[in-house]
Design a protein around this ligand. Structure first.
Ligand code: ADP
Ligand code: ASP
Ligand code: MG
Length: 427
């Protein structure tokens, strides 16, 4: 029976040493009753995004250089994985390299024959190979080291709609399929981030979606716990890359974790928590380097141990301000059409502020569609916008909250709701 989900992110498998450490984690924790969800190695997903954008540009302009362009952008990805294979397998590297070569052939095949100009569709067919490559290597390495395991193509189990790049899980069908796996007696190794639609095309669950995959599987398997292994000791009260002296949180409630992740604490993907909360499955966020540290436990119960303010920064947001052109108030029908367009262009709303004559919204321009949005709005509204602003969210704020802002930042908007203070600041 599968009882524990382990998720290893890109940072944990960024090189051969990382993959060896994954083996060490399994040996330390025991591999029985585990399903491992593995992300693409290191920054592979970013590299695959580059492959898609250079292919897309060439395809759109009918470039005759299409195949050389694909070759050029894919070859560093191939080289990177082959180096890791050489390091891990030494003289028996050839067999694994052959399995990896098949995946590259599939990618080439798709790109050579593809007729679609749907960018998001192409993106999902290609970017997910990052995960297929990493799991092929990790599964082969564990076998090589005597850890029996079964490689699972998760696309056969997680079914989604066809919203490429941000697919929604079809829970009933997914859970039905997962039932057939839950009684497995072997260690399972599978990909995060991926699913497939009704035509069996690959879909992705949104960037950083592998945490969510672990939660989907834990839900379907009725698992006892999920552990996500990170390069930080656990959930801290701030991103240690942005704040010195961040403090480790030992326990947080599902609700608190949902709030932190929703506002942008990138240590947990925001969609991860709700399936776990529904079945009361605890989530452990732990360090893959310090196995003695118990990390952070997300479970029902006290909101936050220790009780400290939590700081979250989302950089590179856009602040958009709209007013009507005929001096009328911003009424419901205006707001409804604005939100329809925001949803059409798949921008994410971080914060809203509405007054009688103007409407301000801070947006995450996830898919680079903000300019297309403004083109549709400019005829109807007087519009101002500021790109590159930062959104600071402080949960459980105290009088020292403003000290967390960089000295040079200019506050453009501020909002307090219950225990949450949000500030939009420009440079
Ligand atoms: P993965 O390897 O699983 O993809 P991520 O890089 O997505 O891991 O997540 C870990 C990173 O999240 C850390 O290196 C850290 O910089 C960042 N992070 C942001 N907010 C927090 C926080 N509140 N607590 C811990 N880490 C955080
Ligand atoms: N590899 C994907 C990404 O980098 C998914 C993940 O790592 O969670 O976004
Ligand atoms: Mg990640």
């Amino acid at each position: 029976m599968i009882k524990r989900l382990f998720k290893f992110g890109g940072a944990s498998v960024k090189d051969a040493e990382g993959v060896r450490n994954v083996l060490h984690v399994l040996q330390h924790q025991g591999a029985q009753d585990v399903c491992m969800v593995v992300s693409a190695m290191g920054k592979t997903t970013n590299a695959m995004e580059e492959v898609v954008s250079s292919y897309y540009k060439a395809k759109k302009s009918n470039s005759e250089e299409l195949i050389p362009i694909v070759n050029e952008s894919l070859s560093p990805v191939k080289f990177y994985h082959e180096q890791i294979i050489d390091d891990l397998f030494g003289s028996s590297a050839e067999e694994v390299k052959a399995s990896v070569a098949v995946l590259f052939e599939e990618m080439f095949g798709f790109l050579a024959w593809n007729k679609s100009l749907n960018h998001s569709f192409i993106y999902d067919q290609i970017v997910g190979y990052g995960e297929l490559l990493s799991t092929t290597i990790v599964s082969a390495y564990l076998s090589h080291q005597g850890i029996a395991n079964r490689f699972i193509d998760i696309r056969q189990y997680i079914k989604t709609d066809s919203s490429y790049r941000d697919a929604s899980v079809q829970w009933e069908e997914t859970n039905e399929r997962l039932k057939t796996l839950s009684s497995s007696k072997e260690l399972l190794v599978t990909q995060g981030f991926l699913g497939s639609d009704s035509n069996n095309f690959t879909t992705t669950l949104g960037r950083e979606g592998s945490d969510y995959t672990a939660a989907i599987l834990a839900y379907g398997f009725d698992a006892e716990s999920v552990s996500i292994w990170k390069d930080v000791p656990g959930v801290l009260n701030a991103d240690p890359r942005a704040f010195k002296n961040a403090i480790q949180l030992h326990q947080i409630s599902y609700t608190e974790a949902i709030e932190l992740a929703f506002y942008g604490a990138s240590v947990i993907h925001p969609k991860t928590l709700q399936p776990l909360q529904r079945k009361g499955i605890p989530l452990y966020v732990r360090s893959f380097l310090d196995l003695e540290n118990q990390g952070t436990c997300v479970t029902a119960g006290s909101p936050l141990v220790p009780e400290v303010p939590c700081y979250i920064v989302k950089k590179n947001q856009v602040l958009l301000e709209l007013a009507t052109q005929d001096f009328s108030f911003m009424a419901e029908h205006h707001l409804s059409s604005v939100f329809e367009l925001i949803s059409k262009y798949r921008l994410k709303v971080d914060l809203i502020q509405n007054s009688a004559i103007s409407f301000r919204v801070c947006l995450d321009n996830r898919f680079d569609q903000f300019d297309a949005l403004t083109q549709e709005l400019e005829d109807q509204y007087a519009m101002k916008f500021q790109k590159g602003v930062s959104l600071y969210t402080i949960r459980h704020f105290d009088e020292k909250a403003y000290e967390a802002l960089p000295k040079e930042s200019k506050i453009v908007l501020e909002q307090r709701t219950g225990e949450t203070l949000q500030i939009v600041a420009g440079e």
